[in-house]
Structure formats: C-alpha cells, structure tokens
Design a protein around this ligand. Structure first.
Ligand SMILES: [Zn+2]
Ligand SMILES: [Zn+2]
Length: 409
C-alpha cells in the first residue's frame, strides 16, 4: 500500500506555531493535501499528550487513529544545545516511537533532564550521543532522525553550529542513526554529492507550524508498506518499502542561497565566496545557506546518482502556484476559491499536482494555471531562491490578469 507520510509536524504548543492546530484540523487538511499518515508532533508536551490520548486510539501496531480512522504515529522533535570540540552546537532531532508506553518512558527521562511544558519542541543541554543512549535504552525501536539536516542554525550540517559529518555529531552512536531529513532547502540529489552519506536513508517531512495546505505535507515520504510502526521502522532503517520522497524545489526553502534578509542581499555560493562571505551593505558576515554548505562538504560532482538511490519528486505547493501566477497573497479568499474548486473536482492536492490531465485542469481553471501545474509536475518552474530565512517563490513570466471573479474565466 502506498502511504504518503508527513512525520515531522508540531502542535500549537510549539513556539511560533498556530494555536489552531488540533487533531481535527490536522486530519482535515492532511486529507485535502493527499497525505495519509501524520506524526503526532510534540508527544512529550503535557497538554498535547492529553489531546492525543483523548482523540486518538492506539492499536497494537503502534498506529493511532482518529474516530474516522485517520492514522498517526508517535513523533516529536527535540532541540539540543551543547558544546562539543570547543564549539557551540545546536541541533534538532526528530524522534519516532513505537508505542504509548515508550512515549511515557521517554517523557519521564526527558523530565529528569529539564522542563518539557514551556515549548512543544523543548531545549536540552545534553549531547546528541546522550539522546541516542536515552532513547535506545528505552526501546531499540525508537528512530532518531537529524531534522532539516542543512539549515544554518539547527541542522546537523548547518553552517552556524553544525558538524561536518554524522559521525562527528553522534560518535559511535551513529550506528543508531538510519536516516537524515533533507529539509526544504536541500533535496536528495544535493545529498548524493557526499559519499559519506550513502549509508543513511533520506526522508523528507514538512516540519509544519500550521496546517494550511502550503505547509502540511509540502515535503513527505512515500512508503510502500502495510501500515504498522514496525514496517515504518524497517523502511527507514533498511529501505524496505521506502519508495520515495516528495520535495519542494530546494530553491523554495528559506536557506538555499547565502544572504542577509534585512539588507535584501541574496547571493549564490560563488558570489558570496567572491565577497569573502561579507554583506556588501552592512559589512557583517552573510548567513551561509544550504547550497554553500553542500558545496563545501561534497566530494562528488553535481548530478551524481549513487547506486540504490531512492527516487524523489519536486513539487511546489498548489497554493503557491495560484498565489504567484495571479499575484495575490497566499491566504486570500480568491486563492482559496480556486484551490477549493480544484480539490472539489479532483479530491486532493497531490492528485492535482501529480496526476490530473492538462485538458481536465483546463476545464476547471485558467489555462495558464493549468500549464503552471503541468510545468510544476515536470519540475520546470523557475524559482527565485530563498535565503536567510526568506522563502523562495515561483516566478511566472505570464501572469494571469485579475478578473472580477477569478474562478470564472
Ligand atoms: Zn527543527
Ligand atoms: Zn547585511
């Protein structure tokens, strides 16, 4: 069974996250998006766990279900800040757990190390090795995945406080690390350029802070398995049933290029190298992005495909296509009207983006938007790259002129 999973999400109890995130909204928008498995997010948070327990029922396969049967797996993210080899490190790790009893024990172990009630993504001062030790001693079925591996501030390979390898971060505990999250500003083809990453599987999830369809499932992992935690474990550890990932174009991510957001300075790695990584406007060091770090650590040329590589598909969220081709804000009523019209006709966003024929699309929406959906599917959309925390965006040479009613054309 093909399962499109988003296993890195947050609750409303995490910093900078929408307070309206509820199980009902998560299920509703996951179905609209075409995602059929979610992580619970923030499982150790004392209030969120209550919501999870009151609205989900866990089966003996480690799968939690809503009343209508929508499935979740136990998931959280932890932020670690510590010193190693004389350098301050800040890394985020996604954790998947096999069942509620293990979750209870992890929560107890974390509580001994610090507070867990102030943020759904709590911060601790212990090391990544200690985290692995803690989790594996509770259950060998726990999965630890370095989150958004390349982002400058909190990625395992980030330019500001990261490491140069998984082994440098986890030492001999790296044998318990099976997969890395690509993050939005990178895709598998960028990570294939590092031979030392060949032994790690690549997964992709949204890290959503709100349930809107341009956030939830914007990146996802496709499993071809019968749904159970054990099968997810084997897929992530041994690639058994790991069928692919859905990625946004890495340029769309917030840290693809180098730059300074406040100075409106955006540079590709070679331009920023020419400027000694210094901002020409303010004279301070630029925020070094993901592409730059990949270039720095890569030992293979662009385009290299390792043996047994898992395929991936690049897709920009549908709402972004509509908003940018009409030059409208993504949250506007008009963008929603067109979006909802497509969902009503074709059932889910992923179906619209991946499968629906151009002719059928043209019966429902403006031909230029139909063409944009097809170019997106063919990975031919031009993206103005993201940098220093600012998202990239699709660039359309032919925009659709605004009409009175956008859904009639
Ligand atoms: Zn994170
Ligand atoms: Zn600057």
């Amino acid at each position: 069974m093909k399962i499109i999973a988003d296993l890195h999400i947050h609750s409303g109890f995490s910093r900078a996250c929408s307070k309206d995130i509820s199980i009902e909204n998560l299920e509703k928008y996951a179905r609209i998006k075409g995602i059929n498995l979610l992580g619970t997010g923030d499982f150790q948070h004392p209030k969120w766990i209550q919501e999870l327990k009151s609205k989900l029922t866990e089966d003996d396969q480690g799968i939690l279900r809503t009343k209508t049967g929508f499935p979740f797996v136990w998931q959280t993210e932890i932020s670690l800040m510590y010193k190693k080899d004389g350098k301050g490190r800040r890394v985020h790790h996604v954790i998947l757990a096999p069942d509620g009893e293990v979750v209870r024990q992890i929560t107890g172990a974390l509580l001994k190390k610090g507070r867990i009630d102030y943020d759904g993504r709590p911060i601790f001062g212990f090391t990544s090795e200690e985290l692995v030790d803690m989790l594996i001693s509770i259950s060998g079925k726990c999965i630890i995945i370095p989150a958004h591996s390349w982002t400058p501030y909190f990625g395992i390979f980030g330019s500001m406080s990261g490491f140069d390898s998984v082994e440098e971060c986890f030492g001999e505990k790296s044998k318990h690390i099976y997969a890395l999250e690509t993050g939005m500003s990178a895709d598998p083809s960028m990570m294939w350029r590092l031979s030392k990453l060949d032994k790690y599987n690549l997964v992709s999830f949204s890290d959503m802070h709100s349930f809107w369809p341009w956030r939830i499932g914007r990146e996802a992992t496709i499993f071809d398995i019968d749904l159970s935690y054990n099968n997810i474990f084997s897929a992530i550890k041994e690639k058994k049933g790991l069928a692919g990932t859905i990625e946004t174009d890495p340029s769309y991510g917030r840290y693809h290029f180098d730059g300074h957001r406040n100075c409106d300075v955006c540079m590709n790695p070679s331009e920023s190298a020419k400027n000694n990584e210094i901002c020409p406007k303010c004279g301070r060091k630029l925020t070094i992005g993901v592409l730059h770090r990949v270039d720095e650590l890569a030992d293979r040329p662009e385009g290299f495909v390792p043996k047994n590589a898992v395929p991936f598909k690049k897709l920009i969220p549908l709402s972004e296509l509509i908003a940018n081709i009409y030059d409208l804000g993504i949250t506007t009523k008009q963008v929603w009207e067109i979006y909802n019209k497509l969902i009503k006709e074709f059932s889910s966003e992923i179906n619209v983006l991946m499968n629906v024929d151009e002719e059928k699309l043209k019966k429902i929406v403006h031909p230029l938007l139909a063409e944009a959906i097809i170019s997106n599917r063919e990975e031919k959309i031009e993206i103005s790259p993201g940098f220093d925390g600012q998202y990239g965006f699709p660039v359309f040479k032919n925009k659709i002129k605004k009409q009175k009613s956008l859904t009639d054309f």
